[in-house]
Ligand binder design. Structure first.
Ligand code: NAG
Length: 218
């Protein structure tokens, strides 16, 4: 009788201890400086994106055709999905200095059968040279291509762009309506914490996290 009581209270105690460890260790408040982030900074980045439809190496493909294909006036009817990998350059010419690429997709989201497309775009700018080599910025938003200036949110980033938030403005620089090729000017405005360490370095604080709060409880 007394043994089973001891057993029960021991079970209860270990369970309680286990849950208090779990509660104590799976999250904690930290300050940005704990991860080496000092001051949030606003950066403006300017480049040109090239969406090449024709030629030997198109930078985009229609990954999924709409069921409305052939039944709609729209060149990309409601539901079409396009996947892109577009080069990003410093100047407006395709052969100007390459700084990265945009990898992503766009979906036609308007049911109106018109030439003026309304898209939702999701893409990541991957920088491959210079100060931001290896860092990325993620974009998700609505792109109404008839507007002279299209604005989309920057929803995050990696490397130099950790904690990124901001917006971009896209403006057609040159469009070949016959071929479909488009050269688009991008102005990106982003708040971020530039890292004080190498952008690919792992954070060592994870291991500290496992030990300190737990021992603190005992
Ligand atoms: C960018 O970083 C990669 C990986 O660290 C490196 O191999 C490459 O040479 C860098 N490119 C430029 C243009 O600095």
């Amino acid at each position: 009788m007394s043994n089973s009581k001891t057993f029960l209270s021991l079970t209860f105690f270990t369970t309680f201890l286990f849950f208090s460890f779990v509660n104590a260790t799976y999250y904690q408040d930290i300050s940005p400086s704990f991860l080496g982030f000092k001051q949030e900074k606003l950066t403006h980045i300017h480049f040109f994106l090239h969406d090449i439809v024709t030629g030997p190496k198109p930078t985009m493909i229609i990954a999924s055709e709409s069921p409305l294909n052939g039944k709609s006036e729209s060149p990309l009817p409601f539901g079409s999905i396009v996947v892109l990998e577009d080069p990003l350059t410093v100047g407006p010419e395709l052969n100007s200095e390459l700084i990265g690429k945009a990898q992503g997709f766009y979906v036609t989201v308007s049911q109106a059968a018109v030439l003026e497309l309304e898209l939702v775009m999701g893409m990541t700018f991957v920088f491959t040279g210079g100060k931001y080599n290896g860092s990325t910025l993620s974009v998700l938003g609505r792109n109404e291509i008839i507007s002279p200036i299209r604005e989309m949110p920057i929803i995050g980033g990696t490397g130099e762009f950790r904690f990124a938030r901001g917006f971009l403005q896209a403006k057609s620089h040159a469009v070949d309506y016959h071929k479909g090729d488009a050269h688009v000017e991008y102005n990106v405005y982003v708040f971020h914490y530039p890292s004080t360490s190498s952008s690919s370095e792992d954070f060592a604080e994870g291991s500290r996290f496992m030990k300190e709060p737990m021992f603190g409880q005992i």
